[in-house]
Design a protein around this ligand. Structure first.
Ligand code: PBG
Length: 327
């Protein structure tokens, strides 16, 4: 065939035509911004394994949120760093109405009522063992942990959370949380479930940020085996049936097949988390001049959206919106 009638290059021949033929678009509304909040005042600490990303005290977090909101970034994932002295094996501090998470929610909502605040619900930042659940005889015990997480969810809702985001991977926690929220009258507080959360090495930098690495063992008895995909579909069905409003796949780039399959198997929005290690990889390669940071960032984010993610949690949110504005 010397003269093909179909010439796909026709749709690539100029920037205008390429823009016209572009199938996937990214915008500020796609992004969820993770925020690391610490005790103290006027504190701004760069996370060593996450260059240009900081942990802020609450006062500076409020200022940062002001900057984000101005850029059109209005949805946040809140994480708190808990002082060692307040960590235990039962989550006392996690339920403290005056705890850092609860205080942060009230302060942010008072100043920025139009934001969407999603709180991390898991025990690890509060756990003396650095695990996502209560430990007994070296095991992470499921049902007692689920009761605690349900109370944590209600505590966050009382303080103003729009969504609770359980990242723990215990069985049955979505149903228990939904039930507890309904019983407490929080009918409109949503649940974004970390549904297919894999036992991944790519969380390393995050654990530096919150000082939350497991004190013994690993998280393989609750987070998923990276070799499994069917299991992600099972988790997705369970979470939706139990009342999840949004479900998440995590990490991002190594799991885009999971994003795609999960998206096709459910009728709720799917989010993906471009995790700390993915951020660190791009930053590290760019620092050595081996990759162009902004191009690698935009290509990765575009891949996640193209795979089927409706929402993307990313440490690059601000930088990505700056790039989108320039284009
Ligand atoms: C804790 C939690 C983790 C992340 C989000 N919530 C770490 C873990 O499970 O050990 C990881 C986020 C990231 O790496 O960016 N439940």
């Amino acid at each position: 065939m010397n003269h093909p009638y179909q010439r796909p290059r026709r749709l690539r021949q100029s920037a205008t035509i390429r823009a016209m033929a572009q199938e996937t678009q990214l915008s500020a509304a796609d992004f969820l911004v993770p925020l690391f909040i610490d005790e103290g005042e006027n504190l701004r600490k760069e996370i060593p394994s996450m260059p240009d990303y900081y942990r802020y005290s609450l006062d500076l977090t409020l200022a940062e949120i002001g900057n984000y909101v101005e850029m059109g970034l209005k949805s946040f994932l809140l994480f708190v760093k808990v002082p060692d002295g307040l960590k235990d094996n039962v989550g006392v501090e996690a339920l403290n109405p005056e705890g850092l998470m609860q205080r942060s929610l009230r302060a942010i909502k008072a100043q920025f009522p139009d934001t969407c605040l999603m709180t991390d619900v898991a025990m690890d930042p509060y756990s003396s063992f650095g695990h996502d659940g209560i430990v007994a005889d070296g095991q992470i015990v499921n049902d007692p942990t689920v009761s605690l997480l349900a109370r944590m969810a209600v505590s966050h809702a009382e303080a103003g959370a729009d969504f609770v985001a359980p990242s723990d991977m215990m069985d049955g926690r979505i149903g228990a949380m939904r039930e507890a929220l309904e019983a407490a009258g929080f009918h409109d507080t949503g649940i974004m479930a970390y549904t297919a959360k894999y036992a991944s090495c790519f969380y390393g930098p995050f654990r530096d940020a919150l000082d939350s690495a497991p004190g013994f063992g690993d998280k393989k008895t609750y987070q998923m085996n990276p070799a499994n995909a069917i299991e992600a579909l099972k988790e997705a069905q369970l979470d939706v049936a139990e009342g999840a409003d949004i479900i998440m796949v995590k990490p991002g780039l190594p799991y885009l097949d999971i994003v795609h399959r999960v998206k096709q198997s459910v009728q709720v929005p799917v989010s993906v988390y471009q995790v700390s290690g993915e951020y660190a990889m791009i930053k590290a390669a760019a620092a050595r001049g081996w990759l162009n940071e902004q191009d690698a960032m935009m290509e990765s984010l575009m891949g996640m959206k193209r795979a089927g993610a409706d929402l993307i949690a990313t440490y690059f949110a601000k930088e990505a919106v700056e790039v989108l504005k320039r284009r």
